[in-house]
Design a binder for this molecule. Structure first.
Ligand code: SAH
Length: 478
C-alpha cells in the first residue's frame, strides 16, 4: 500500500533520523516527521508520499515523549537554525553518540566499537537552558517583511524569508544589544534593507564576532553599495530624496557596546547567496579582533575562517592532541589545516608540524598566526592534500610519525589515504564532521594495516544534527 498525501494518522515516533527528525511507521512504511520527538505519540498529516517512505507534518502531540522539552526560543520550530531544540539535551547527546557508533559499525565494519568509544563530550549546561550561547559568530540577514517592516534575524527553514528576532539563543548575549541598536539605526536614518529578488536596497547582513576569551567584539555590515547611506526625504512632495553617508552615525550607535573593537563595512554587489564580498573597510577601531584556543592566539578579521564554538573546539583539539601522543620528537602532518588551528595546537608538543590547505588566504592566516605566537617549527603548503602529500613524499621522501586529518564533510580523497598508508605513520588522528565519511575512510585504513584505538565525539553544535568525532588509529605491526 502507499500512503496518500493529506491523509491524517496517529503514530508513535520510534527513532530519530539523520537530521534529528522523528521517524514512525504506518503499516510498516517509515514516515519522517520534522519537529516530532522520539517517544511522542502524534497526529500527523502526510505531506509527501514516496514508494517506500513518506514525510509527515506534525499537527498535534497526543502524548508527549519523556524526552520532549519546551525550547527556550519560541522561533525554534520555524527557524532553519535549531532543528532539535525540542529534544532534551542529554538525549541529543545519546543520539549523536549512537549515530557515530552505528556509522562505524555498519559502514566502517568496526565490530567492537562500543569498547572503543569514549563518552561524548557535551557542552556546558546553563541555568536557563542547556547548550545555548555558544556561537562566537552571527550573520543576521536584514530584509523588509511583507508588511514593509525591517526584519533582522534568521531564515525560516528552507526559505529566504527572514524571521524578525530580538534574541538568538545560540549567540553571545552581546548580539541581543547589537540587533536592537541596529534595527533602531536603520529606522532612524532611513537605511534601506536589501531586497534579494531584484538586488536593490542596501543592507544585506550584519555579521558579528566575539572573542570568547578576550571579550573583543567585531561588527561588520555587509552592503549592496560602496558606502552605508540613509535617505533624507525632500521637504516638498516634488523634491528629490537625498542619500547621505551615515557611517559615523552607525559608529555613534555602537561605540559604547562593551568590548567593541572593530566596526567595518563589507561590500557585496553581487546577486548571490554568498554572504561576504571580497572587500572590507574599517570605519572604526581595529581591522581585526583576537581570541585564543587553549594558549594559542588567533587574529580574526571579518573574512577569515575561525571555529564558531571555541570552547568545544578546544576540547576537540585537546582530544586530537591526546590521541597524537606527542613527546616533542615527532614530525607531524596536519592535512586540511585551514588557518592552522590544529597545526599550532600540535606544534606546542611536536618537533615539526607541516600543514596543507587548499585555500591560499587561510594559509596566509596560518602563517601569520604561527608568527604571532612565535612558532618556528611549522611549515604550511597551499594545495590539495591529495596532491601536496604525494609530491612531498615522492620528491622529498618526507616522513611522518603522526598524521592528523580534518577534512570537509566529503572526507579524505583516496589518493590522500593511499599516500598516508605509504608514509606509514605510527598513528593517524582523524577529526571528522561527518561520521558516515569517517567510517568509509576508517574502513580503508583498517584494511591497509591500521587499527582503531579510540573514538570520541564532541558536541560542537548543540540543538543541531551535527557532530564532530576524533578517532585514533594506530599501525598494527608496531
Ligand atoms: N583544521 C581546520 C579546518 C578544517 S575544515 C580547523 O580546524 O580550523 C576543512 C578544511 O579543508 C577547509 O579549510 C577546506 O578549505 C580544506 N580543504 C577542502 N578540500 C581540501 C583538499 N582537497 N586539500 C586540502 N584542503 C582542503
Amino acid at each position: 500500500m502507499t500512503l496518500e498525501k493529506n491523509q491524517e494518522y496517529e503514530i508513535t515516533i520510534e527513532d530519530m533520523g539523520n537530521e534529528g527528525e522523528g521517524i514512525g511507521h504506518i503499516d510498516g512504511m517509515a514516515v519522517f516527521v520534522k519537529d516530532a520527538v522520539v517517544g511522542d505519540t502524534a497526529r500527523i498529516k502526510i505531506i509527501k508520499a514516496k514508494k517506500n517512505y513518506a514525510y509527515g507534518r506534525l499537527l498535534e502531540i497526543v502524548i508527549p515523549s519523556e524526552y520532549r522539552v519546551e525550547p527556550i526560543c519560541h522561533h525554534a520550530r520555524r527557524c532553519g537554525g535549531c532543528s532539535i531544540m525540542q529534544v532534551e539535551y542529554q538525549k541529543q547527546l545519546a543520539w549523536k553518540q549512537d549515530k557515530v557508533m552505528n556509522c562505524l559499525k555498519r559502514i566502517g565494519g568496526i565490530t567492537n566499537v562500543e569498547e572503543l568509544m569514549e563518552p561524548i563530550i557535551g557542552m556546558k549546561l546553563r541555568a536557563e537552558f542547556p547548550a545555548i550561547r555558544y556561537r562566537n559568530k552571527a550573520q543576521f540577514p536584514v530584509r523588509r517583511d511583507k508588511d514593509g517592516n525591517v526584519a533582522i534575524g534568521f531564515y525560516a527553514g528552507r526559505t529566504h524569508s527572514v524571521i524578525d528576532t530580538d534574541v538568538c539563543y545560540l549567540q553571545d548575549e552581546v548580539n541581543d544589544d547589537i540587533i536592537k541598536r541596529f534595527r533602531k539605526f536603520l529606522v532612524d536614518y532611513n537605511v534601506e534593507p536589501y531586497n534579494e529578488e531584484n538586488n536593490t536596497g542596501l543592507v544585506r547582513h550584519i555579521l558579528t564576532r566575539v572573542g570568547r576569551k578576550t571579550g573583543e567584539v567585531m561588527i561588520c555590515v555587509i552592503i549592496n553599495g560602496k558606502e552605508l547611506t540613509g535617505v533624507i526625504q525632500g521637504d516638498s512632495p516634488n523634491s528629490k530624496s537625498k542619500y547621505v553617508n551615515v557611517e559615523q552615525e552607525l559608529v555613534e550607535c555602537m561605540e559604547d557596546i562593551p568590548g567593541i573593537t572593530s566596526i567595518s563595512v563589507n561590500v557585496n554587489l553581487e546577486k548571490t547567496n554568498r554572504i561576504l564580498g571580497d572587500t572590507c573597510r574599517t570605519i572604526w577601531g581595529k581591522d581585526s579582533i583576537t581570541d585564543y584556543i587553549g594558549n594559542v592566539k588567533y587574529q580574526i578579521n571579518p573574512l577569515s575562517f575561525y571555529q564558531v564554538n571555541p570552547e568545544q573546539t578546544e576540547k576537540l583539539y585537546g582530544k586530537a592532541l591526546e590521541y597524537a601522543e606527542l613527546n616533542g620528537d615527532e614530525t607531524v602532518w596536519d592535512l586540511y589545516c585551514g588557518i592552522g588551528t590544529i597545526s599550532l595546537f600540535l606544534a606546542q608538543k611536536a618537533k615539526k608540524v607541516m600543514g596543507v590547505e587548499i585555500v591560499p588566504e587561510a594559509i596566509e592566516d596560518a602563517r601569520k598566526n604561527a608568527e604571532m605566537n612565535g612558532f618556528d617549527n611549522v611549515e604550511f603548503f597551499v594545495g590539495k592534500a591529495e596532491v601536496v602529500l604525494p609530491e612531498q613524499y615522492e620528491k622529498h621522501g618526507v616522513y611522518a610519525d603522526v598524521i592528523v586529518v580534518d577534512p570537509p564533510r566529503k572526507g579524505c580523497d583516496e589518493v590522500a589515504i593511499s599516500t598516508m598508508v605509504k608514509i606509514q605513520p605510527k598513528r593517524i588522528v582523524y577529526v571528522s564532521c561527518d561520521p558516515a565519511t569517517l567510517a568509509r575512510d576508517v574502513k580503508m585504513l583498517v584494511a591497509a594495516g591500521y587499527e582503531v584505538k579510540k573514538v570520541c565525539a564532541v558536541d560542537q553544535f548543540g540543538h543541531s544534527g551535527h557532530i564532530e568525532v576524533v578517532t585514533c588509529l594506530q599501525r598494527v605491526d608496531m
